[in-house]
Design a protein around this ligand. Structure first.
Ligand SMILES: [Zn+2]
Length: 331
């Protein structure tokens, strides 16, 4: 018999509490798209997203996130409440998700980073350069955070052709992602510039795997079903920053978004779900009414309003999503 680890046991106890005590389910998505080959972790296809929405519409009570926060303060959460959210602010949220949300009349909150309007996110660019690079030398030499990084590839400068190549590229990608994550955006940009040179890819990216432009953001915010929230300026790990830097990320993104859409931005989502007690205090001081984290449980109490838990559906079909929904909400 497999003895569950502490993590599994903790998750089970949260799930059990949810089943016994009830609460609202907040769902977190990133992409609604078929463009990204990421094993369905961050991208849900439009067909599968439609199935998720159909099930939510039939079996749950979809509400706005702000509405849920109001209910949490009142201590009365409508039964089977489900909230849909998106992180990062990808263009496909407007192009692919909104038509479906409108069809099923399901509200959603989109958390947007303000430094990426119309651009590719750094992690997407890094992945594209390494996985799809058409021509590059077999060795890669980088300066990262004052340290030398050297890598010899087993693959040559050709399109990905065999599984060993893919594995090697994925190893390099994962290693570089971990090294670049803690850097500030300027230093990270310099390293990605070096990778760009190495990859031989000098074309400006014009694909659809990018953030919303300001025009698209205004259009998105114009939908009655959509609420815009902030996801910082540069998508940093806030807990690794000074309080001053965190304040800039938290406050400046709110100001910019409000300027662009001409509406109050009431909510915030911590990048990578990471926050400290200080971060939480800064979010409150900046005038946000709530903030989302990534803890896997149901929302039940007003004390959770600045660390709202979320669950992350993957690229599941209706049957799988239905089982998941039932697991957490019993509906
Ligand atoms: Zn994010």
């Amino acid at each position: 018999m497999r003895i569950p680890g502490i993590k599994t046991a903790r998750l089970f106890s949260k799930w059990l509490q949810g089943r016994l005590l009830g609460g609202a389910l907040i769902l977190g998505y990133h992409h609604v798209s078929t463009v990204n080959d990421d094993d369905g972790e961050l991208s849900v296809s439009p067909d599968h997203f439609r199935e998720h929405l159909e099930i939510i519409r039939q079996r749950a009570h979809p509400i706005h996130l702000s509405e849920l926060v109001h209910h949490l303060h009142q201590g009365k959460i409508p039964r089977k409440s489900v909230v849909v959210t998106f992180d990062d602010g990808y263009a496909d949220n407007l192009l692919n998700a909104v038509p479906l949300l409108e069809q099923y009349q399901i509200p959603a909150t989109v958390f947007v980073c303000t430094d990426y309007f119309g651009k590719e996110f750094w992690w997407d660019e890094l992945k594209r350069l390494i996985i799809n690079a058409p021509a590059h030398p077999n060795t890669l030499h980088l300066k990262i955070g004052g340290n030398q990084f050297d890598w010899s590839t087993s693959f040559s400068g050709q399109q990905v052709s065999n599984p060993a190549d893919v594995n090697d590229r994925m190893r390099l990608l994962n290693l570089l992602y971990a090294r670049l994550l803690p850097l500030d955006s300027e230093e990270r940009g310099n390293v990605i510039g070096q990778v760009r040179l190495w990859s031989g890819d000098h074309e400006k990216y014009t694909g659809s795997n990018r953030a919303l432009t300001t025009e698209e953001l205004r259009e998105l915010a114009g939908s009655e079903l959509i609420e815009i929230g902030s996801h910082t300026v540069t998508h940093p790990i806030l807990t690794q920053m000074t309080l001053e830097q965190q304040t800039m990320e938290i406050q400046h993104s709110k100001d910019t978004l409000e300027q662009v859409i001409g509406k109050t931005v009431p909510g915030f989502a911590y990048p990578n779900g990471k926050f400290s007690a200080e971060t939480l205090g800064l979010v409150q001081q900046a005038g946000y009414a709530y903030a989302c984290s990534s803890q896997k449980e149901l929302a039940r109490q007003p004390q959770q309003c600045y660390a709202l838990p979320r669950l992350w559906p993957q690229d599941w079909d209706g049957k799988q999503f239905s089982r998941y929904l039932k697991l957490w909400t019993g509906t």
